[in-house]
Design a protein around this ligand. Structure first.
Ligand code: 5GP
Length: 113
């Protein structure tokens, strides 16, 4: 069984978070230490989509970054956000702290959620 990370607990709602978007595949919640007026984290929810880091992608999980980017794009469109940054921190040397693949979504534009 995979080690349970902080984001597993957020995904499973054992730890509260400000969820701004959720469907069967993906959840997005506000970063607790925002680095922009809007700073969200997108994660894939399915256990079969779990991967610790970009560095660990394999054939079975190669679609996950694209899934997160597609959902972030749809979220931006739905909220009228025209400019934003998408980032993956990769490995400790890349600033990654939580080893549950997540996409940072940052924008100077604020969302209402
Ligand atoms: P990383 O550096 O691993 O790419 O990003 C992890 C992010 O998770 C950081 O930006 C950090 O602020 C955020 N974070 C850490 N703990 C919590 C938490 O308990 N709740 C939420 N919503 N975000 C967290």
């Amino acid at each position: 069984m995979n080690e349970q990370t902080l984001f597993h607990k957020i995904r499973d709602k054992q730890i509260p978070s400000s969820i701004v978007y959720e469907d069967d595949e993906v959840m997005a919640f506000k970063d607790i230490h925002p680095k922009a007026p809007t700073h969200l984290l997108f994660i894939a929810k399915k256990d079969t989509d779990f991967v610790p880091s970009i560095d660990d992608l394999n054939e079975a999980t190669a679609h996950v970054p694209g899934l997160l980017i597609r959902k972030a794009q749809a979220f931006a469109k739905a909220h009228g956000i025209s400019g934003y940054q998408l980032k993956f921190h990769v490995g400790k040397g890349g600033g990654q702290e939580v080893f549950y693949l997540h996409l940072h979504f940052l924008s100077e534009q604020k969302i209402e959620a």
